[in-house]
Design a protein. Structure first.
Length: 453
């Protein structure tokens, strides 16, 4: 049940006091002024406040009933995923074998969970805590992840002072586990009694004045019922976007990250993310017969194995290229620097089954890649047990090609210093529907270039 502003207010009314063993002091007559506290009384109150702040977490001043009613609507425990990760993996792998290679190497932590004893697909055991996720996003705005990590820990210690003053040195960029303590919306609003004291305490944790305002606005919306976990989990992507961008300090990109990593939505495409734009250009510009490389820290997180040192990486021998990779290299003779566009389109597009040959004909060297060579290479792949990649370059309204994407990677960006327009990104990722979120998570993990380069 949603908690409205009026319901929340009624819950905050204190219960009638019970009988006390001591007599009630006389009340002043109507219209008379209440006598001010003596200096000794004020000093005792200040000392009591200081002692309490050092020995226990700062708790909300509202009643327990009010805090429970308001905060319980901000968390959902163990909600089921709305899609199957194994289905997503099968779909993407059927389009491009590179997906199967990536997914076998690296666990997709937002969507892939440990299988049950019966071998069935596992479920997410972490709660859906949108307040915590969004506060973390606000804290992380315009600062490095290390700085955000430190500020968030100081923020949490305002409410849980028993935590260590400093967190352990990070080994990865992984988020804080959801099992660690985190304040509720009502606790944030009640910090320091509210007002200027609350603001000063939040600023003391390293938050800017703007971020303090954003977090308080978010906490108020969860407390009065304008936001609740149920609606944010069950609403459509568009409905969640509309509710969250109304919060100060939360924009489209922040909501898209929330939808992918917190709401576990399967088909989100962050068109404004430059990292995704660049990785998408690289994905379609590179030869699909080569395996994409993965960031070392991502592999370390997935396998719990230490990342190789720089000198070890440099001394590692280059992997032997596969037959299909060797074929593409043979098509690059003469060197790409002397014949521009020769290695630009090493695979077919839907509108042109023999796009590679047409590219070669355009530069006058079609005899370098007769169809018999292509067929022979495919036969060799089959003899060696290699399945040919079913990849097909998607059709776009402006006829994008790998050559165009490569030129953008080499510095010829579009107006606004972007690699791709929203329309181009939507069209290039159309085959990945309805699992764009899964594909984007892996694109963030891909290093520029391919293995062995």
């Amino acid at each position: 049940m949603w908690v409205t502003r009026s319901a929340s207010a009624s819950l905050k009314r204190p219960a009638s006091p019970g009988p006390t063993p001591t007599p009630t002091p006389p009340q002043p007559a109507q219209g008379a002024s209440t006598p001010a506290s003596t200096p000794a009384t004020a000093q005792r109150k200040r000392a009591k406040k200081v002692t309490a702040s050092k020995s226990a977490p700062v708790l909300p001043t509202t009643s327990t009933t009010s805090a429970t009613a308001a905060d319980s609507s901000s968390i959902l425990f163990h909600p089921p995923l709305t899609f199957s990760y194994s289905t997503a993996k099968a779909h993407l792998s059927s389009l491009d074998t590179r997906w199967a290679t990536l997914m076998d190497k690296l666990k997709c932590t937002p969507f892939e969970f440990e299988k049950t004893e019966q071998g069935e697909e596992g479920t997410d055991s972490s709660p859906f805590d949108p307040f915590r996720s969004l506060v973390g996003s606000i804290i992380g705005q315009q600062v490095s992840w290390l700085a955000a990590r430190s500020i968030q820990h100081k923020f949490v210690r305002l409410f849980y002072p028993h935590l260590p003053e400093k967190r352990d040195a990070p080994t990865t960029t992984a988020p804080v586990p959801s099992t660690s303590p985190f304040p509720t919306p009502s606790m944030v609003l009640a910090l320091g009694g509210g007002g200027a004291n609350r603001t000063a305490m939040l600023r003391g944790a390293g938050l800017s004045g703007r971020k303090v305002e954003y977090i308080l606005d978010l906490a108020e919306r969860f407390s009065d019922g304008r936001l609740c976990a149920n609606r944010l989990w069950e609403g459509t992507d568009e409905e969640v976007m509309e509710e969250l961008i109304a919060v100060r300090g939360i924009g489209i990109w922040t909501v898209q990250m929330f939808l992918i990593f917190s709401s576990k939505r399967p088909n989100i495409l962050p068109v404004g993310d430059l990292g995704i734009q660049k990785a998408l250009c690289r994905w379609y510009a590179d030869d699909p017969s080569t395996s994409p490389a993965i960031h070392a820290r991502k592999l370390q997180k997935s396998t719990s194995a230490p990342a190789p040192k720089k000198e070890e990486r440099e001394s590692t021998p280059t992997p032997t290229p596969s037959t299909s990779s060797a074929l593409v290299d043979s098509l690059s003779t003469p060197a790409p620097s002397t014949i521009k566009g020769l290695k630009s389109d090493p695979y077919p597009t839907p509108s042109s089954p023999s796009n590679t040959l047409k590219t070669l004909e355009a530069v006058g060297v079609a005899d370098l890649a007769p169809s018999a060579d292509v067929e022979e290479a495919q036969e060799q792949q089959q003899e060696q047990g290699e399945k040919p990649n079913p990849f097909v370059f998607p059709t776009t309204s402006n006829n994008l090609t790998p050559a165009v994407l490569r030129s953008r990677l080499n510095g010829k960006k579009l107006k606004g210093n972007i690699y791709l327009t929203p329309t181009e990104m939507t069209e290039l990722t159309a085959p990945w529907e309805p699992f764009r979120s899964v594909a984007c998570w892996y694109l963030w993990s891909v290093v520029d270039g391919v293995e062995g380069k």
